[in-house]
Design a protein around this ligand. Structure first.
Ligand code: NDP
Ligand code: 2IT
Length: 446
């Protein structure tokens, strides 16, 4: 690695202590960009990467709310507005007790490159709270969301910053957030995506991240003359992304044999299909943080405290959370004959895992490329809101599919052009970077 890149990484670590996930995301991207910055001294001269690792704006606020027993609770809210060079800040909100500034900075940083890859005009941002939705009533979630939006509303808007869902934030939360925004602004606008179908939401948005990731896996497999039909998949998580992925894998003839939660994983050798997929929605809505009830309901084995990466499968799709697949898991997958790892979650693989996959030369895609279908469909929701015209399911799905094919091709051709054939991480990072970097050059010192 060049001295220049090592220096940037060291500075980010020194300046942002106690943010290991942010360091990890920056390191992966910065190392990929070494070759670009060597070839293009203009980016170095303008200190583009140094500017990119610093959010344009970070908002941190108090979120007081009252629980059902009348106790006052206090959480912390965040919005990291990372980069607006190619469009309004765009990215999800995460409600999970593990949320910290560092987690949201890693997610916001990744979002810059992901959104750039979608080909749609969206900048990068991320937000959320350390609020724990586990075991909360609908009324408690509503009061929390209203309090959260009572501060956030002054910082966002359809042309400024457009939040959406992520872990712990789905249709219900977007509804409460939207209602409060509308009330405070006296304005009905496309300020959030992932809205309900009756009030400006887009068809296919709930399924989009999972569908998009499977479309991406299909393209990867094609490069080796393979297809989804007949393949066995390990999926982790059981939330929104995992659900969409399981539906699409089934539609294309694949079989999913695992799901996971913070409590462990289930192994269903007959495949998760039909009513079992609908059961995933119930499991998610129960907010119990556990996948074990699936094992009881369908009488399949449950492995407490374990991850699903030791099961023999053709394709692995981590769809739960960051750093859920490490170097040992990666070796285990390869030992068992896995040929493709397609990330649905954001940064689910550690840097060691990435190295294992690259050395083994298996198909491996980073989340910022393969899970971009979610935010891309959010972009399509924004277009429909601006036109005030909804598109049909087929229209949205076709556009999503085309976007995923295009992102795949961009990753492949960019990796080739810069001398790393088959490396989707480098392809995605460079392609995502170039568009944003050029926009920043055009816009002067901002
Ligand atoms: P959900 O809240 O719907 O589901 C998240 C899943 O991961 C749940 O099964 C959850 O279990 C599990 N999980 C959460 N935290 C942990 C943890 N610390 N350890 C183990 N399991 C955990 O979220 P999504 O499906 O929306 O998000 C999943 C991933 O996909 C995240 O990385 C997210 O950033 C990413 N993503 C989401 C997009 C979207 O449009 N929703 C778009 C692109 C990426 P539990 O809740 O019980 O803890
Ligand atoms: O990580 C992600 O891309 C998301 N959570 C979706 C963001 C969005 O704005 O739809």
């Amino acid at each position: 690695m060049s001295e220049y890149i090592n220096k940037i990484i060291a500075e980010v670590k020194a300046k942002n202590p106690a943010e290991p996930e942010f360091h990890q995301a920056v390191q992966e991207v910065a190392e990929s960009l070494d070759v670009v910055l060597e070839r293009h001294p203009e980016y170095k001269a303008a200190r583009i990467l140094e500017r990119m690792v610093e959010p344009e704006r970070t908002i941190i606020f108090r979120v007081p709310w009252m629980d059902d027993q009348g106790n006052i609770r206090i959480n912390r809210g965040f919005r990291v507005e990372f980069n607006s060079a190619i469009g309004p800040y765009k990215g999800g909100l995460r409600f999970h007790p593990s949320v910290t500034l560092g987690i949201l900075k890693f997610l916001g940083f990744e979002q810059i490159f992901k959104n750039s890859l979608t080909t749609l005009p969206m900048g990068g941002g991320k937000g959320g709270s350390d609020f724990d939705p586990k075991g909360k009533s609908d009324n408690e979630v509503m009061r929390f969301c209203q309090s959260f939006m009572t501060e956030l509303f002054r910082h966002i808007g359809p042309d400024t910053d457009v939040p959406a869902g992520d872990i712990g934030v789905g249709g219900r939360e977007i509804g409460f957030l939207f209602g409060q925004y509308k009330r405070l602004r006296n304005e009905f606008s496309g300020v959030l995506t992932g809205k309900g179908l009756n009030w400006g939401g887009s068809l296919v948005r709930p399924e989009a991240t999972g569908f998009g990731a499977v479309y991406f896996a299909e393209e990867m497999l094609k490069t080796r003359g393979e297809k989804i039909d007949g393949k066995v998949f390990a999926v982790s998580g059981f939330g929104n992304v995992a659900w969409g992925a399981v539906i699409k894998i089934n539609q294309l003839g694949g079989k999913v044999v695992t799901l996971s939660g913070p409590d462990g994983f289930i192994y269903d050798k007959d495949g998760i299909s039909g009513e079992k997929i609908d059961y995933m929605l119930k499991l998610r809505a129960s907010a119990q943080d556990a996948v074990e009830p699936y094992a009881k309901e369908f009488k399949v084995p449950f492995y407490a405290g374990k991850r699903p990466w030791g099961i023999k499968v053709d394709v692995a799709m981590p769809c739960a959370t960051q750093n859920e697949l490490d170097g040992n898991d990666a070796k285990e997958l390869i030992k068992n004959g896995c040929i493709c790892v397609c990330e649905g979650a954001n940064m689910p693989t550690t840097l060691e895992g990435y190295k294992v996959f690259t050395d083994a030369k298996i198909l491996y895609s980073p989340g910022k490329a393969s899970n971009a279908g979610g935010v891309a469909t959010s972009g399509l929701e924004m277009s429909q809101n601006s036109m005030r015209l909804p598109w049909s399911r087929e229209e949205v799905d076709n556009r999503l599919h085309e976007i995923m094919i295009r992102i795949h091709n961009t990753c492949v051709t960019t990796a080739d052009r810069f001398g790393f054939p088959g490396n989707y991480v480098i392809g995605a990072n460079i392609a995502g970077f170039l568009k944003v970097a050029d926009a920043m050059l055009d816009q002067g010192l901002v």
